[in-house]
Design a protein. Structure first.
Lengths: 159, 159
DNA sequence: GTTATAATTGTAATCATTACAAATGAATAA
DNA sequence: TTATTCATTTGTAATGATTACAATTATAAC
């Protein structure tokens, strides 16, 4: 059995590139060629890319590009509040342009990361009385429907 | 103003060392001197220590101890399901003996990590229909009451 | 006690990220 | 325009957590 794609509602509330550009100009951050390309890449790829993925892909169109520029720019965007980081992955930091509160699911089989919506305001939380909470990250992991279907198929073939 | 400690109910549901030892013997995992010490350390320190903290502290009583042993043993315990890892920290992995579902709060000021209880079963989650969820991690960050009180005090002195 | 197996150790490698200094580009004033 | 200043990019070297691996030591089986 294979679940139809529509069955998993992946959030793609992607802030437009224009919106991001405006945020930068409001903060008097100059948009160089490299920064522009990185911003565009982030807006076009809501798939939580790593610094290396951004670098490798952009290197094709900007052969002189340096990895340091990627890290510099990502930090710049981060401090300007345009993006957020994901530590769901054990070894590599991922970057996300979707700032609205949402959870992330990591498939331990294929490594894909999915967004999902979760409302924490109504959760029963105890032990944080008197704390000032500024960020909320929710990371789930397990197996995504694709991998579940594939595993199921493989089992059927064997039998 | 200083919040009384009782106001923040930190969970300390620490599984006893005996319980952990039994889990290992059930899985036919031999408890060597080093493993015993590391297990004891984990049971005694629910403060989510890093591999380096465990190593540095245990090195005092076992001078020949190697860091590789720490990593080997932590992986062993991890795969045996005795402990879980925390990626709340950007740069270092932390280890936790408390397996019951709970959240972690990282104070961005002092770096302390606090446990808190959160009930996700009643949260309104959308977008994970058809997913097989095996792990749930909730990481919050911000400022802990200690740091808030300290900052408040510092401001009062200035005025 | 000897042999086989498991655990530990130390060192070297890996790999993401950062530090830093030199080179390049853009903006501004004369 | 040209010189000067400042911002940005680049490349290389350092950092630091983690892992790979081979040698040594300890434990268990016979």
């Amino acid at each position: 059995m294979h679940l139809p794609l529509a069955q998993r509602e992946v959030i793609r509330v992607n802030p437009t590139l224009e919106k991001l550009k405006k945020q930068l100009s409001d903060k008097d951050i100059h948009l160089s060629h490299q920064r522009m390309k990185i911003l565009q890449y982030l807006a076009d790829h809501p798939s939580h890319p790593t610094a290396d993925q951004i670098f490798t892909d952009l290197k094709k169109s900007i052969p002189t590009l340096s990895k340091t520029t990627i890290y510099n720019t990502l930090r710049l965007f981060l401090e300007a509040g345009l993006i957020r980081v994901l530590n769901i992955d054990d070894y590599e930091t991922r970057y996300d342009t979707v700032l609205e509160d949402h959870g992330h699911f990591l498939c331990s089989q294929c490594g894909s990361i999915y967004n999902f919506s979760i409302d924490l305001t109504h959760s029963d939380i105890k032990g944080l009385e008197g704390f000032d909470i500024s960020a909320r990250d929710v990371y789930f992991s397990g197996r995504c429907p694709h991998c579940l279907a594939r595993l199921q198929d493989e089992n059927n073939v064997k039998e």
